[in-house]
Each structure stands twice: as structure tokens, then as C-alpha cells.
Design a binder for this molecule. Structure first.
Ligand code: GLN
Length: 393
């Protein structure tokens, strides 16, 4: 790409469209539609955390916290992962970031050099590929296929070259709601070790799992502790997406260098939110179980409603999202056309999967976010049922 005379903007951004999340949420606001597009819970925010943040704003500090994060939060992240995932990090391995999206940028800017190839599984969260390119790297797509979205060793091995440096693994996976199996994780770890790859493990959905599916980090597999960076998000853990508070946990020799990338992106993250997240991470397991039960009930409610309305819902083990297979539902519309018509005609926003990813990503699947109060889910289902009835087969 070369710079054009017309625009001072880097060609990557000059050619880019606004993210589908922002576009859909903007349209939902304009049209007054129910927003099951962008992933965020809609309901009561956890009062325990709000109270700590509010007190911290009035009674503690509103000045720069330490660059890599408040000591209280770095240590709370370590305690949380020790307790819930059996992982052992030292506080110095944790860098607090302004959301996991910043942590992704930190990893890609810090670990990718010009010409490096980076394996990205498609469909994919839309921030990965542009950031890899801005770092001078080359995203190399490996396609996952519905309905099981399996990580296939032969496909990954075929995509690895002598220039492959990194692999980005989003597990559990947004948008498809899959959690990698132990066999898949073992295979991915073995490939990373064999080809000397670093894994950027975007695990922001680690705590949003259903039906007893246990989260295992790729970082826990043999040989991975020194070659993986694990990313987490308070937005997802506590349903507080606007707080934009996340973190990365890196091998001890990489963490200080990654902190130096962060220092020239956002430098720090608001301290009141960091104190509140530290308090949240210390909540008892029963608190997390109750939160899981609430999300699980919402998932079941939307699934039942969509199925009654004639939509085929794909299996989902994790995340706040359910995917509907339009083709299997007998709906003769592509996902982008469906999403566009559903928001305008039914007043319900969704996310077309083809907007997330590059290459031959399926274009017959739409994603709905279910972390909403029951009356909103019921109203959305009613609207989608009436809309469905009027669609071409
Ligand atoms: N992770 C959120 C989702 O998948 C969106 C994040 C964003 O809007 N940047 O819906």
C-alpha cells in the first residue's frame, strides 16, 4: 500500500470501514432497535464493584497509577488465576491495560516485526488483522468450519512457514462460541513448540462458559509458559464493558518489554476502576457461580425463543452469543442482508459473522447477544418471529 496524495491518513486506515460493532450499535441507537449486536450486558451492573469504584473516585486517588498497573490489581489477577485456573504467575508478569483490545495491540506491536507471519483463525475478532498489518506483519488465515469449528492440525501446519512467528488463539472463541477441547489445545501447544511460535492467547471469554465446560489456558500446556501471553478482561468477567480494564500475563522475560509498549499507548488505566476490579477478582466462587447461572438462564431463554420462532441455533459452549444458521433455518438471505433488514424491519440488531474475519468466512450465520433482561429477550424474539414469517425461503 502506498500513501495517496489526497489523504494524510495511513492507507490501512484510509481504506478501513468502521467496525461492525460500532456501526450496528450506532444504527440501533438511531432506529431505537433492541441491540443484540455488540456484546454487552444490559441490566443491573454489579453493585459491589460500582460501590468500590465510586468510593475510590471520591476517597482515593485520581492521579496516575503505576504504569504497569496498581499493585493491588496485579496481585489480584495472580490470585484469581491461581484459584480458578491453577496458574502460577508472579505479580511482575501482569501488565494492566485499558481493555483487552489494548493488550492485543501491546502484544502485536511488541512481538511482530516487519515481514513476520501471524496465524489467525477465521472468523476472528476484527481487531487482529489490521493491528498485525500496522505492525508490519502478515496475517495468515486458517479457516474454521461450522458447526464444530475444529482446529485442524493439517490446516495449521500447512499455513506455517519459516517466517511464522506468532499464533493468535481466541479461546473461548468470539463470535462462534466454541471452547477448544483438551486435544485441540495439546495439538496447538505441540505446534507452537515444534515451530518455535509465540501464542497470543485472547482468553477474555475464559469465565463465560456453560454446561460445565472447564477453561484451560493454552499457557498451561507443556512448553507454553515461556512462549504464551494470556489476555484477560474485567469487561467480560464482570459484565462492565465500558470500564475498558484488561490485562496481559506474560513470561517473566517478556513482561517488562510489553509494559514498555503499553507505556506509549495509554500509559495507565483509571485507578478507581483498577481498585474496583481488584475487589471483584477477590469475590467468592459463589458470586461467580450466581453470575454464570444468570447468563446461562438468559442463553437458554433466547435459544428456546429463537428455536420456537423457526431459527436453527448453533451449539454454543461459551461467550455471550448465540449464532443462528440462516441457511439451515431455511432463510434465503445472506447474513449481512439479514442483519440489515432485521434491524430496520424487526427493530433487532445482530452481527453478521461475515463481518468478522477475512477470506471465505461463512456468510449464512448471524450472532445475537443474550445477556439482556428477560423482557428484552422476549420482545426481541417476538419481533424476530414476526420478521421470520415474512422472509423468503
Ligand atoms: N467484543 C465485543 C463483541 O464481540 C465488541 C468489542 C467492540 O465493540 N470493540 O461484541
Amino acid at each position: 500500500m502506498t500513501r495517496t496524495a489526497q489523504s494524510p491518513i495511513h492507507p490501512l486506515y484510509a481504506a478501513m470501514t468502521t467496525t461492525v460493532f460500532e456501526a450496528m450499535s450506532g444504527l440501533a441507537r438511531t432506529l431505537g432497535a433492541i441491540n443484540l449486536g455488540q456484546g454487552f450486558p444490559d441490566g443491573e451492573d454489579p453493585p459491589e464493584l460500582i460501590a468500590v469504584a465510586a468510593r475510590a473516585l471520591t476517597e482515593r486517588s485520581n492521579q496516575y497509577p503505576p504504569m504497569a498497573g496498581l499493585a493491588e490489581l496485579r496481585s489480584a489477577v495472580c490470585d484469581f488465576y491461581r484459584r480458578r485456573q491453577g496458574l502460577d504467575f508472579a505479580d511482575e508478569q501482569v501488565v494492566v491495560t485499558s481493555g483487552a483490545t489494548e493488550a492485543i495491540a501491546v502484544c502485536l506491536l511488541g512481538l511482530v516485526s516487519p515481514g513476520d507471519e501471524v496465524i489467525v483463525f477465521q472468523p476472528a475478532y476484527d481487531a487482529y488483522a489490521p493491528m498485525i498489518r500496522r505492525a508490519g506483519g502478515i496475517p495468515v488465515s486458517v479457516m474454521l468450519q461450522a458447526p464444530d469449528w475444529r482446529y485442524r492440525r493439517e490446516d495449521i501446519a500447512a499455513a506455517i512457514t519459516s517466517r511464522t512467528r506468532l499464533l493468535v488463539l481466541n479461546d473461548p472463541h468470539n463470535p462462534v462460541g466454541k471452547a477448544a477441547s483438551e486435544a485441540e489445545l495439546a495439538m496447538l501447544a505441540a505446534l507452537c513448540v515444534e515451530h518455535d511460535l509465540i501464542a497470543v492467547c485472547d482468553e477474555v471469554w475464559e469465565e463465560v462458559r456453560f454446561d460445565g465446560v472447564v477453561h484451560r489456558s493454552l499457557m498451561a500446556w507443556p512448553g507454553m509458559a515461556n512462549r504464551a501471553v494470556k489476555l484477560g478482561s474485567a469487561g467480560k468477567l464482570f459484565g462492565l464493558t465500558g470500564w475498558k480494564t484488561g490485562w496481559l500475563c506474560a513470561p517473566a522475560d517478556l513482561a517488562p518489554a510489553l509494559a514498555r509498549v503499553h507505556q506509549f499507548l495509554t500509559y495507565t488505566t483509571p485507578p478507581a476502576l483498577q481498585w474496583a476490579v481488584a475487589a471483584g477478582l477477590a469475590l467468592p466462587d459463589a458470586w461467580f457461580a450466581a453470575r454464570d447461572a444468570g447468563w446461562s438462564a438468559s442463553r437458554d431463554r433466547l435459544k428456546r425463543g429463537l428455536e420456537r420462532a423457526g431459527y436453527v441455533v448453533l451449539p454454543n459452549a461459551a461467550t455471550w452469543f448465540l449464532c443462528v444458521d440462516l441457511a439451515a433455518s431455511g432463510i434465503g438471505l445472506g447474513d449481512a442482508a439479514f442483519a440489515e433488514r432485521a434491524i430496520r424491519e424487526a427493530g433487532v440488531a445482530s452481527i453478521p459473522i461475515s463481518a468478522l474475519g477475512e477470506g471465505p468466512v461463512p456468510n449464512h450465520i448471524v450472532r445475537f447477544c443474550f445477556t439482556k433482561p428477560d423482557p428484552i429477550l422476549d420482545e426481541a424474539v417476538e419481533r424476530l418471529a414476526a420478521f421470520r414469517a415474512g422472509l423468503p425461503a
